[in-house]
Design a protein around this ligand. Structure first.
Ligand SMILES: [Zn+2]
Length: 114
């Protein structure tokens, strides 16, 4: 399962950070999942919950997931719009067409530890 290896990567990142800061316990992990990542958020969360139990540092930590809306950028004028579709005409300059704009990966935003 793709999401499981992504969760594993995240936990490795978090563990590295915890060790760098000589933290004993990770309390909260915030990530942003890019709207074009294709990640199944529930599976990712499940993977995190299972795998985080395997390490003393991450056991019991809370995973916060942000999912920004898909946005699209005009090819011609560069304006960014939400609530549009790929290939729609630009509502602003009416010249360009809209292309996907936004993350397609998982970004670690912050880690709270003690
Ligand atoms: Zn435009």
């Amino acid at each position: 399962m793709h999401e499981l290896s992504l969760a594993q990567n995240l936990i490795s990142q978090v563990l590295n950070l915890a060790r760098e800061h000589q933290a004993k316990k990770v309390l909260r992990v915030s990530v942003e999942i890019g709207p074009f990542s294709g990640v199944v958020v529930d599976s990712f969360r499940f993977g995190y919950e299972v795998l985080s139990q395997e390490h003393g540092e991450t056991r019991g930590s809370v995973l916060e997931i942000r999912e920004p809306e898909q946005s699209f950028r005009c090819f011609s004028c560069g304006h960014v719009f939400n609530g549009k579709k790929m290939g729609d005409p630009c509502p602003d300059c009416k010249e360009g067409t809209l292309v996907a704009w936004g993350g397609d990966d998982i970004i670690l935003l912050s880690v709270e530890m003690e």
